[in-house]
Design a protein around this ligand. Structure first.
Ligand SMILES: NC(=O)c1ccc[n+]([C@@H]2O[C@H](COP(=O)([O-])OP(=O)(O)OC[C@H]3O[C@@H](n4cnc5c(N)ncnc54)[C@H](OP(=O)(O)O)[C@@H]3O)[C@@H](O)[C@H]2O)c1
Length: 253
């Protein structure tokens, strides 16, 4: 489905083609006709860059933010200054930043590996950072009309699905992120009735993030971006506060 999208939104030179987009809208419903602007946090990452590129191919105006521009989610002052300065509203805000480890070369395998430094740093980048972005959600999303605030979580953040153990800091930070997203969705729905705030698991994706795990089957970032945008396109108002994987299936908390 994402291949049809990409073809439909661009001509043979890769330029945005309004005529093709008309065909695309007929194929995929009304969401693309309404989506004009997206904000991608972490657009330098494997998945974030592919999301930004795919959205641009579909004719969406994308604003990217990353540490390249001095936007660091672990630095509250930089989040406040840069998001506070934005005057636009966005139909889609996608937080694609995050890290598997912060002070170690790999995630913890056993309790003896747990350290306060790693756990605090993982919470800072994976949970507190997105929460600081969410502080701006009600201003960045339109009050009326459909909009999405999506955050990349991870299936290993699911407490119910945890059968393998290990990875204490990463798992706990993503579980905290899921709770933050769920809680924010309830507040945002009070003023933004058509806004959906969701946590998404992208699948295992071939990015620097998974470089240490060569044996796993991985999707390309482009495939992951297409899958995630299909999920975003299919969300209903009743899905807000949910945790979904790249196929649109709910992930247990
Ligand atoms: N890849 C997978 O298989 C997989 C699976 C499950 C979940 N995820 C989740 O998907 C997200 C993206 O993963 P990825 O594979 O695209 O990873 P990636 O290629 O390593 O990209 C990570 C992104 O996060 C940004 N980032 C890291 N620390 C930051 C900070 N302090 N402030 C602002 N931005 C920061 C990076 O920006 P810089 O350019 O500034 O470093 C980069 O844009 C993560 O949240 C990850 O947990 C990935």
């Amino acid at each position: 489905m994402s291949a049809i999208y990409t073809w439909g939104a661009t001509n043979e030179k890769g330029e945005s083609d309004p005529l093709c987009r008309v065909t695309l809208y007929a194929l995929k419903g009304v969401w693309e006709t309404e989506m004009e602007r997206a904000l991608v946090i972490g657009d330098t990452g494997g998945i974030g860059a592919a999301l930004a590129a795919t959205l641009r191919q579909r004719g969406v105006k994308v604003r990217g933010m990353s540490r390249r521009d001095g936007f660091d989610v672990t630095e509250p002052a930089s989040v406040e200054a840069q998001l506070g300065a934005l005057k636009d509203v966005f139909d889609l805000v996608f937080v694609a930043s995050g890290a598997l480890t912060s002070t170690r070369s790999g995630p913890e395998k056993a309790l003896r590996d747990v350290s306060a430094e790693e756990m605090a740093a993982q919470f800072a980048v994976n949970a507190i950072g997105p929460a600081l972005v969410l502080r701006h959600a009600k201003r960045l999303l339109p009050r009326k009309g459909r909009s999405i605030f999506a955050v990349l979580s991870a299936r290993v953040g699911s407490i119910g699905d945890n059968r393998a153990g290990g990875w204490y800091s990463y798992r706990a930070s993503k579980a905290a992120l899921n709770q933050i997203v769920r809680t924010a969705s309830i507040e945002i729905a009070r003023t933004h009735r058509k806004a959906m705030c969701v946590a998404l698991h992208p699948g295992t994706v071939l990015t620097p993030f998974t470089a240490g795990y060569p044996c796993h089957a991985k999707n390309t970032p482009e495939e992951a971006a297409g899958n995630l945008l299909d999920v975003v396109n299919g969300l209903k108002a009743s899905d807000t506060g949910g945790f979904f994987d790249y196929s649109g299936a709910r992930v247990e908390w």
